[in-house]
Design a protein around this ligand. Structure first.
Ligand SMILES: *[C@@H]1O[C@H](CO)[C@@H](O)[C@H](O)[C@H]1NC(C)=O
Ligand SMILES: *[C@@H]1O[C@H](CO)[C@@H](O)[C@H](O)[C@H]1NC(C)=O
Length: 439
C-alpha cells in the first residue's frame, strides 16, 4: 500500500513536470518560428559587417518586403496565442495595416505587441499601435542609415513608441518631418545622431532647455509634454531625444543611474543627498555599436559627457539579486535581454540582462526591461579603452576643466549658448552634481 502511494506521488510529480516542460517547449518553438520568419539572413556578426561597410539593409529588406506564407503566419502567431489580449491587439493592428502587410510589418507588429507592457495593452488603441508601426517602417525606408541597422536592433530600439513609463504620445508623424529636415545634410547615423542632439530641441520656439527637477519628482515627461513646457530635466530630455532619434531611424534607448555612488564623504546623508541623485542620458546604435550621448550637453560628441568616466567609474555591477541596484548603470529595452542576446549576440554583447529599469520616481515599477551596463562604461578604464570610448578617456583630465558644465565661471556662464549649463563654477560641487537634484 505504502509503495503504491509513493509511486502514485512520483507519477503525479512526473506528469506535472511533463506538462510544465511541454508548455515551455511550446513557448520556445513559437518564438523560434518568429525568429525564423523575421530574421531571414541572420548575420553572425552584424557589427563587424557594418564596420566593414557591408550593407545590412539591401537583401534583407528585399526579403522582408515579401508577404508571409500562410504556414509561416500560423506558426508565428502561436507566440501570441498564450495571451488572448495580445493576440486580439495584434490581429486588430494587422487589420488596420491592410489586407496583406509585408513581412517586416507583420514581424514588427508581433514583436511590439508580444513585449508591450500590460498597462499599454489595456490603455492603447490598436490604431495608435498601427500608426506607430507605420511610422517606424517609414523611417527605415526613408533614412539610408536606418536600413543598415541590424533587424533585431530595429525591432527593439527603433520600433517602440515609448522608453519608460512616460505618457504615450503619437509622436511619429510630427517628429519625422522635423527630424528629417534636421538631418538632411547627413550621410550616416553618427552625423544624424549628433545633428539631432544639437537641433531636435528647436522643434519648438523657444527651444527645449534643461531645467533640473527635484529629487524623485515625476519627471518622465512625454515628448509632447516636454514640447509644451519648452523644458525638462534629464529624464524628459532623454525621452524626447530617444523619440527624435527613433523618428529618424537611429536606434536609441535611455541609460541611467538611480543614484550616483559617491560615498559618505560627498553624501554623508546617503543617496538622498543631492550629489547622489539620479541621472539619465541616451545611448545610440551607430557605426556598428552602442555609444552614449550627453543629451543637449556642452560637447556634442559621442561618448563624451560630464559624468564619464569619473562618475560612471564609481558605479558598480548590480550584483546578485540586484543588491547594488541603486549604484549600478542601466539601459532600457523593449524585450527582455535574454531574448535579444539570442537574436543578435554581437549587438548586445557588452550588456547583461536585468529584470527591470529602475526609476526613482516610480520605484516599484517593473514594467520596463533593462540591461545592466556597468561593463560597457568601465571599458574606458585603465587604458583598456574600447574604440570610441578611448578618446573620451584620453581627454579625461581635460574634461574636468574643459567641460562647459563643470568649469564655466560666472562670465562664461553668462555667454554660454546653452543656458541649462549656467551654474557658478565651483570645482568641488561641479563634479558631484546630478541632474534631478540640481536646483
Ligand atoms: C519649465 O516649464 C514649466 C511648465 O511650463 C514652467 O512653469 C517653468 O517656468 C519652466 N522653467 C523654466 C526655467 O523655463
Ligand atoms: C534605492 O533608491 C530608492 C529610490 O531613491 C530608495 O527608495 C531605496 O530605499 C534605495 N535602496 C537602498 C537599498 O538604499
Amino acid at each position: 500500500m505504502a509503495a503504491w502511494r509513493v509511486s502514485l506521488a512520483t507519477l503525479c510529480l512526473l506528469s506535472l513536470f511533463l506538462v510544465r516542460t511541454t508548455a515551455l517547449d511550446a513557448d520556445h518553438d513559437a518564438w523560434d518560428a518568429w525568429v525564423a520568419t523575421c530574421l531571414p539572413a541572420q548575420p553572425a556578426d552584424s557589427g563587424a559587417r557594418l564596420r566593414a561597410g557591408v550593407q545590412g539593409g539591401g537583401d534583407e529588406d528585399d526579403v522582408m518586403a515579401t508577404p508571409l506564407r500562410p504556414r509561416e503566419m500560423a506558426a508565428m502567431h502561436r507566440v501570441l496565442r498564450q495571451d488572448a489580449k495580445r493576440q486580439d491587439m495584434a490581429n486588430r493592428v494587422l487589420h488596420i495595416l491592410g489586407h496583406r502587410p509585408d513581412r517586416l510589418a507583420h514581424c514588427s507588429v508581433v514583436f511590439l505587441v508580444n513585449f508591450m507592457p500590460d498597462a499599454d495593452l489595456d490603455a492603447l488603441k490598436p490604431s495608435f499601435v498601427a500608426e506607430n508601426v507605420r511610422g517606424a517602417l517609414r523611417a527605415r525606408k526613408t533614412f539610408h542609415w536606418a536600413s543598415l541597422a541590424p533587424l533585431p536592433v530595429f525591432y527593439n530600439d527603433v520600433l517602440p513608441y515609448a522608453s519608460l513609463t512616460e505618457p504615450r504620445d503619437p509622436w511619429r508623424p510630427k517628429l519625422f518631418e522635423f527630424m528629417r529636415e534636421a538631418t538632411s545634410g547627413c550621410l550616416d547615423a553618427v552625423c544624424a545622431a549628433l545633428a539631432l542632439n544639437s537641433h531636435a530641441w528647436e522643434i519648438v520656439d523657444p527651444p527645449i532647455i534643461f531645467v533640473a527637477a527635484k529629487p524623485d519628482e515625476l519627471n518622465s515627461y512625454s515628448p509632447f509634454q516636454t514640447m509644451a513646457r519648452h523644458n525638462a530635466s534629464c529624464t524628459g530630455l532623454s525621452v524626447f531625444l530617444v523619440d527624435a532619434l527613433r523618428a529618424a531611424g537611429v536606434p536609441s534607448r535611455i541609460a541611467g543611474v538611480p543614484h550616483w555612488n559617491k560615498g559618505v564623504t560627498v553624501c554623508p546623508g546617503g543617496d538622498a543627498d543631492a550629489p547622489c541623485g539620479n541621472h539619465n542620458w541616451v545611448e545610440v546604435f551607430v557605426d556598428g555599436g552602442w555609444h552614449f550621448l550627453d543629451q543637449r550637453g556642452a560637447h556634442n560628441e559621442l561618448d563624451r559627457g560630464w559624468f564619464f568616466p569619473a562618475d560612471t567609474n564609481l558605479q558598480v555591477p548590480a550584483g546578485k539579486d540586484g543588491a547594488q541596484t541603486n549604484h549600478s548603470i542601466f539601459s532600457s529595452s523593449w524585450a527582455p535581454g535574454e531574448v535579444l542576446l539570442k537574436l543578435d549576440p554581437h549587438a548586445y554583447a557588452s550588456f547583461s540582462p536585468f529584470s527591470h529599469f529602475p526609476m526613482v520616481w516610480d520605484w516599484a515599477a517593473r514594467s520596463v526591461p533593462a540591461w545592466e551596463s556597468v561593463a560597457f562604461y568601465h571599458r574606458g578604464r585603465k587604458g583598456r579603452a574600447a574604440p570610441g570610448l578611448a578618446d573620451a578617456m584620453d581627454s579625461f583630465d581635460d574634461l574636468l576643466c574643459d567641460d562647459g558644465f563643470a568649469c564655466a565661471d560666472e562670465e562664461e556662464a553668462k555667454s554660454d549658448p546653452a543656458p541649462r549649463r549656467i551654474k557658478t563654477f565651483n570645482k568641488a560641487t561641479a563634479l558631484t552634481i546630478s541632474c534631478e537634484s540640481w536646483t
